[in-house]
Ligand binder design. Structure first.
Ligand code: SF4
Length: 346
């Protein structure tokens, strides 16, 4: 398999670590962060994610009882940060009930990533269910360009209302994720900084990763961290903020003390795999130990074949023991995963 030599995973015989030590991978990294995609359905068709055809729901999406069972097993293994993603998670009926059913397990963080389109009417209910905070994808602060990037007319105003509703409901901090693509929205870096100050939100710029359907990604389309930072500093001088070792974003406040914050997530130009604490579950029940995994662990099949909780636990331990060391974007032999971002969930 081309690139096989690149996949720095521990040998097959690597023993699964004992459950009571918390989840650790073969490189000794503590795995405390789980992202679950509750649906592949999405009402947006963002150019850097989807090719445009409507993505139907994954065949065999996990049911809420299956998600409750798995979430409890992951929590018992030491997962303490849970993020709900998609597709667009607000499209899946029963989301608030699911959150209410698992919130009591005890989380250091319980968050949701959404395109914000349907958030305005749901924010209060999500917070009451136990959600702590939201991250909203917003790739332009210009309504027309927003419509061009998402290929959805008139979504910008709804997302603005979603941001305001999240803040009013106390879902804080509200983080805004903006994937930067050269030639699409890189001309808005300064405007995004103004937006962060004006709305007192955390704007996080994300370097574009090769996980989209449309095969748009090239190294040239990526706007690297150093360029973003240089542009921002010319507009609003920044001061670096501390961040947790496994946090993906480099954080900056405004030197003049203004509200708002800037984050830069630079998986391409400044990879952070060394402290990775994340694993993911897809909507159809596959465990992925890295965003760029070429291998998946089918927990859905095991569950539906009657596996016990301890058998599922052992399978998760085995998977984590084989977690990839890092991604290999831009290296000779780099292999894109077959599954694209809309089917992984970010
Ligand atoms: S690319 Fe994989 S190893 Fe690196 S930070 Fe992302 S999930 Fe972790």
């Amino acid at each position: 398999m081309p690139g096989a030599s690149l996949s720095m995973t521990p040998p097959e015989s690597a023993a699964a670590p004992a459950a009571d030590s918390g989840l650790r991978d073969g490189f000794g990294r503590a795995i405390v962060d789980l992202r679950i995609s509750v649906t592949d359905r999405c009402n947006y068709r963002c150019v850097y994610c989807r090719s445009g055809e409507s993505a139907s729901a994954a065949a065999g999406e996990l049911s809420w009882p299956e998600w409750r069972r798995l979430t409890a097993i992951f929590h018992a293994l030491g997962i303490r940060k849970l993020r709900l993603t998609g597709g667009e998670p607000l499209l899946r009926p029963g989301l608030e009930d699911f959150i209410a059913s698992i919130a009591g397990l005890g989380w250091d963080d319980l968050a949701l990533t959404t395109n914000g389109d349907k958030l305005a009417g749901r924010a209060e209910g999500l917070r009451r269910a136990g959600l702590r905070r939201v991250t909203i994808s917003l790739d332009s602060v210009e309504p027309e360009k927003f419509a061009r990037i998402t290929r959805v007319p008139a979504g910008f105003a709804r997302v603005q209302n979603g941001i305001a509703a999240a803040q009013a409901a106390g879902l804080r901090p509200v983080k805004i994720n903006a994937v930067l693509l050269r030639g699409y929205n890189d001309d808005e870096i300064e405007a995004f900084a103004d937006f962060a100050r004006r709305h007192a939100v955390v704007v996080r710029f994300i370097e574009f990763m090769p996980l989209e359907e449309g095969r748009l990604w090239t190294p040239e389309i990526v706007v690297p961290l150093r360029e973003i930072l240089a542009r921002l500093e010319r507009r609003h001088p920044l001061r670096e903020l501390s961040h947790g070792t496994s946090e993906t974003a480099c954080r900056y406040g405004f030197a003049d003390g203004a509200a708002g914050e800037i984050g830069i997530i630079a998986p391409v130009s400044r990879p952070f795999c060394g402290h990775c604490s994340r694993i993911r579950m897809t909507a159809d029940g596959q465990l992925r130990t890295c965003l760029f995994s070429l291998r998946e662990w089918d927990l859905r099949a095991r569950m539906r074949a009657g596996a016990s909780d301890s058998e599922l636990r052992d399978e998760i331990l085995r998977a984590v023991a084989h977690k990839e060391e890092r991604h290999h974007i831009g290296e000779p032999g780099f292999q894109r995963p077959a599954r694209t971002m809309v089917h992984i969930g970010g």
